[in-house]
Design a protein around this ligand. Structure first.
Ligand code: NAD
Ligand code: LMR
Length: 303
């Protein structure tokens, strides 16, 4: 028997990530090739025509899984009954800016949209915040949508995780699928800490080994590798004159897919115990400090 459709909201759907993301969702990349979708797309009034253009293209693409499309500039309509909300709407940073420089514009959007989600979304709605500053926007959304379970509100750092896999795969000349257990700690910003201390690689025709032993260059892992991942978003902006879009959309699909389908029991999170060395502790403390500062700044923008 065919599955019931899942309602997926994408805010900022007329923007560049939205344009890359909605076809991925409609093709089943996020929720699987047997999961019918009803797509809800939200954008703001000035983007109405562009949003309708995206809707026209979705119709023209004749996606077998796409049951219906709601395209609107009304957040209350967009959030009605949604099971998954991918919050992309907001303003991207430009060359030379830090992600927190878009704070004042974006946190007030997340406060307003928290209320719409709180009132209209399905009770177990799972939320992924993509728009920057992603962690702090997610925090604001959590605070202003208190009835959504805290464990259901997340932000996108999967892109950083995928970037770390990409760097290791290029360095070791192996496929990304051969690397596992890389961790990104902290803020989706230039203080984030990509941690390889628990990561392993499985070289072709060999058994699984710690990344540090296979790379055999702690200096590279502790310096250039970390800064490359931290600065990758800025490098993409410099090259494209636009922030990342296809990799961000793909990471959003990875995030939701793994959350719902790989983690057991419908997305219940679980704890693991890890040994943290002094080097990692220092990096984790630095990014935690930045998150606390961002929180204070966010509240000052809302007041
Ligand atoms: P974009 O400017 O191309 O698109 C943003 C869209 O949001 C636009 O269509 C705009 O009209 C819309 N929008 C603005 N205010 C809105 C509101 N109140 N409600 C609904 N829609 C609204 O930007 P983009 O390149 O698609 O990036 C979107 C966001 O994602 C930015 O904040 C960017 O920094 C962030 N981003 C995050 C990651 C990550 O890994 N977390 C990666 C890439 C980009
Ligand atoms: C990214 O990491 O590519 C995004 O957060 C966009 C940005 O501003 O860096």
């Amino acid at each position: 028997m065919a599955k019931e459709p899942v309602r997926v909201l994408v805010t900022g759907a007329a923007g560049q990530i939205g344009y890359a993301l909605v076809p991925m969702i409609a093709r089943g990349v996020m929720l699987g090739s047997d999961q019918p979708i009803i797509l809800h797309m939200l954008d703001i009034e000035p983007a109405t025509e562009a949003l309708n253009g995206v809707k026209m293209e979705l119709v023209d693409a004749a996606f077998p899984l796409l049951m219906d499309v709601v395209a609107t500039t009304d957040a209350m309509v967009a959030c009605k009954g949604v099971n998954i909300a991918v919050m992309v709407g907001g303003f991207p940073r430009k060359e030379g800016m830090e992600r927190k420089d878009v704070m004042s514009k974006n946190v007030s959007i997340y406060k307003a949209q928290a209320s719409a989600l709180e009132k209209q979304a399905a009770p177990d709605c799972k939320v992924l915040v993509v728009a920057n500053p992603a962690n702090t926007n997610a925090l604001i959304l959590k605070e202003f949508a208190p009835s959504i379970p805290e464990k259901n509100i997340t932000c996108l750092t999967r892109l950083d995780h995928n970037r770390a896999l990409g760097q290791l795969s290029e360095r070791l000349k192996i496929h990304v699928g051969q690397v596992k257990n890389v961790i990104i700690w902290g803020n989706h910003s230039s203080t984030q800490y990509p941690d390889v201390n628990h990561a392993t690689v499985t070289p072709t025709n060999s058994e699984e080994k710690p990344v540090r032993s296979v790379v055999a260059d702690d200096n590279w892992l502790n310096t250039e590798f970390i800064t490359t991942v931290q600065q990758r978003g800025a490098a993409i902006i410099k090259a494209r004159k636009l922030s990342s879009a296809l990799s961000a959309a793909s990471a959003a699909c990875d995030h939701i897919r793994d959350w719902l389908h790989v983690i057991k029991d419908n997305g219940q999170l679980f704890r693991v115990r890890l040994k943290i060395d002094d080097f990692s502790r220092e990096k984790m403390d630095a990014t935690a400090k930045e998150l606390v500062e961002e929180k204070t700044l966010a509240y000052s923008c809302l007041n």
